[in-house]
Ligand binder design. Structure first.
Ligand code: SF4
Length: 358
């Protein structure tokens, strides 16, 4: 089983915290879809198994014109695809687009809500407000989407525990089967990072961040969501198949500027440069860099990805030796032949992972 990831790097404007590869060159969208189709034709032989999942991420895929998206999906091998996700911005989630997405075969939407507080949304530089976020989910359901995920961000500047609790309650009230939550990171080079450097915003202290994380874990667990990965919660049968494949070491083909691919041995990164991508494909070339994974890289990736999931990473003699001190402290535990993080361990998971890597 294999997956295809497609990167759509276009955004109407740039959010203050974002360091993903994206551009506001919207007039190039149709040319870009032509290039994506060509890249697929050139690289289709890299897929050695049937494609079961397609994930269109960004950027803002919902900024694609509907006929361009349909054309793109017609060019891809969708015969046995079980999950076809498009990331959508609430403001683009309109009746016309919802109809077009359904007709094109999209069966899962990931809606970037981030917060239900307008002050937070403004500070993050998001284009939508809380009302648009609620409306987007309601409309998606009305137009027949049942597999809906929403994203929330916590630890935003000046956010209180009460506000976070309200965000979680609003998310639950929308009754969606999948919720992803991310802790805000101040990435170098972003406007928000500059504000932090100038002392115009303050980071939330570590204890509060941990409390916020514990709050979402407890509340969603109680509401019947399975905490299947550090940042992801799903009702039964609604785990993201595509993302689960990343964590299970499954190969995937990444198309587009800035997209990554993995065939089990080599990680390939297409250069995050729209113009270089478009001009390269005029000559049937995709500017990219390959990284051949060594045995150590592979070991580290399995630790890094496995420990982020609720299943954990399979026990080996070496991993158990590295994990023992954390098991003794109650931060890791053993279950079903795997080593996995406890709730307490999740708070310092990055430190544990770093320490266990070679
Ligand atoms: S957060 Fe999303 S919508 Fe905002 S600039 Fe980044 S990719 Fe675009």
């Amino acid at each position: 089983m294999a997956g295809i990831y497609i990167h759509i790097p276009f955004c109407k404007s740039r959010c203050a915290y974002c360091d993903f590869y994206s551009t506001t060159e919207l007039p190039l969208r149709t040319r870009y879809v032509d290039a994506l189709i060509r890249e697929y034709e050139l690289r289709r032989n890299e897929l050695t198994e049937a494609v079961r999942t397609i994930y269109i991420g960004g950027g803002t895929p919902s900024q694609l014109k509907s006929d361009d998206l349909a054309r793109l999906l017609q060019a891809l091998p969708t015969e046995v695809v079980e999950e076809l996700t498009v990331e959508a911005n609430p403001q683009d989630t309109t009746p016309d687009k919802l109809v077009a997405w359904r007709e094109a075969g999209v069966n899962r939407l990931s809606i970037g809500i981030q917060s239900f507080h307008n002050r937070t949304l403004r500070r993050l530089g998001r284009r939508h407000d809380a009302q648009a976020a609620r409306k987007a989910v309601e409309m998606a359901k009305q137009y027949g989407f049942t597999n809906i995920s929403i994203d929330l961000i916590y630890a935003t500047p000046e956010q209180t525990m009460e506000e976070w609790q309200e965000d979680i309650e609003e998310a639950l009230a929308l009754d969606v089967p999948h919720i992803s939550t991310y802790c805000l990171m101040y990435e170098k080079g972003t406007p928000l990072y500059e504000l932090l450097e100038k002392g115009r915003v303050e980071e939330i202290d570590e204890d509060t961040v941990n409390d916020m994380y514990a709050m979402i874990c407890q509340t969603l667990n109680k509401a019947g969501y399975d905490h299947y990965e550090v940042s992801n919660f799903a009702r039964p049968r609604y785990k993201s198949k595509h993302n689960s494949n990343y964590w299970n070491d499954t190969p995937y083909l990444g198309l587009g500027a800035g997209a990554h691919s993995y065939d089990g041995k080599v990680r390939r990164a297409n250069h995050p440069d729209l113009l270089a991508y478009l001009s390269g494909l005029m000559h049937d070339e995709v500017p990219h860099t390959d990284e051949v994974l060594t045995a150590n890289d592979h070991y580290n990736e399995q630790i890094m990805l496995g420990l982020r999931t609720s299943q954990g990473v399979a026990i080996t003699e070496r991993r158990l030796k590295e994990a023992q001190k954390y098991i003794d402290r109650g931060l890791l535990t053993i279950a079903n032949g795997h080593i996995r993080a406890t709730q307490e361990g999740l708070n310092i998971l990055n430190r544990i992972i770093e320490d266990m890597m070679i």
